[in-house]
Design a binder for this molecule. Structure first.
Ligand code: APR
Length: 308
């Protein structure tokens, strides 16, 4: 039997993600939204792309949580996206309510699923899902680091006229203005970028990465990024569904790693069939540790506002 993946929220991120999963052809997909008929319409449209693209993925659109039963993975993308001038944190309360409701329903029908949270503000929403689900931390993951890292890699590749495939990087910390791109560990075909670019140019690229989401929000005028966010969520799904044990930065509920506790923060994580299989602790330099702590403090502030 094929695996089953549910995507909650059939908006820009959700529906693009469903399309990407469908093209993988390794799991059936349920797309849930509260808007009547809309997910059904989008699902039918995607289903009809199957013969052309050659996938047999069964795609079901629904407004009924019963259809999501026994999902192996559930991705939560439901919520309001950022508007221009709005920070991720402004979304906080609105999206807390949505993520709580969704998690409650999902858990009722799929008690053994692995949750991947995409809704912003990411780290805080992952914490909401963890608390409401009562799941162990291995089964509640937040998608942010892959996206932030991918943005960083894009800019580095552009700068050096290199292939994105040759650029390796890590962005740690919360998904916000305090994220910590580890330029020291960024390499192009094994060569550290600190040997390829002057420090101030790297700092500019780091800053552009921090503002990566806002830059797109401003350009779009209405709505936020969804092509790269959905691709990033797909990479996490790939590693879980195919049990690939890939290591990628994800928002994880830390239990003492990196000196942080009871908080979702982006760190390198090994993902496999069980969800989180290992938190990878890289040795940080003093200033990096300070930055990570600052980022964690920003997440903590949000969580305190939520009262969880
Ligand atoms: N249950 C299910 N779906 C809901 C609910 C709910 N309670 N509330 C809203 N939705 C749905 C909306 O109907 C909409 O279709 O969530 C979808 C959100 O889609 P978009 O508005 O297109 O937002 P999108 O760009 O996909 O972003 C979703 O991901 O990257 C983050 O910051 C982004 O938090 C935002 C989320």
């Amino acid at each position: 039997m094929r695996s089953k993946i549910t995507v909650v929220g059939a908006g820009f991120v959700g529906s693009t993600l469903v399309q990407r999963i469908a093209e993988r052809d390794y799991a059936d997909v349920v797309m849930f939204d509260i808007v009547p008929n809309m997910p059904q319409g989008k699902a039918l449209d995607m289903l009809q792309a199957g013969p052309v693209l050659g996938y047999d993925t069964l795609i079901t659109g629904t407004n009924d949580y019963a259809d999501t039963a026994d999902s192996d993975i559930v991705v939560i993308t439901s919520g309001f996206p950022r508007k221009p001038g709005m920070s991720r944190d402004d979304l906080l309360k609105k999206n807390q309510e949505i993520v709580s409701q969704v998690t409650e329903q999902i858990v009722k029908y799929s008690p053994n699923t692995i949750l991947i949270v995409v809704t912003n503000p990411l780290d805080a929403m992952a914490q909401v899902a963890l608390k409401v689900s009562g799941f162990p931390r291995e089964r509640v993951l937040g998608m942010a680091g892959v996206l932030d890292t991918s943005r960083f890699r894009t800019f580095i590749a552009q700068e050096l006229n290199a292939s994105v495939r040759d650029v390796q990087a890590y962005v740690l910390g919360g998904h916000g203005d305090t994220m910590v791109p580890l330029s020291r560990l960024c390499t192009v075909a094994g060569v550290p970028i600190t040997e390829l670019l002057p420090a101030e140019r790297i700092e500019q690229i780091v800053q552009r990465t921090r503002d990566g989401g806002a830059e797109i929000v401003k350009l779009l005028g209405n709505g936020s990024a969804y092509f790269a966010p959905s691709a990033s969520a797909l990479q996490m799904i790939d590693s879980i569904i195919l049990d690939k044990k890939m290591i990628m930065p994800c928002a994880i509920y830390l239990q003492g790693e990196y000196g942080l506790k009871n908080l979702f923060v982006g760190v390198p994580a090994k993902l496999g069939a069980k969800g989180l299989e290992q938190v990878i602790e890289v040795e940080l330099q003093e200033h990096e540790r300070t930055q990570l702590q600052k980022s964690a403090d920003a997440v903590k502030e949000l969580v305190e506002v939520l009262g969880i």
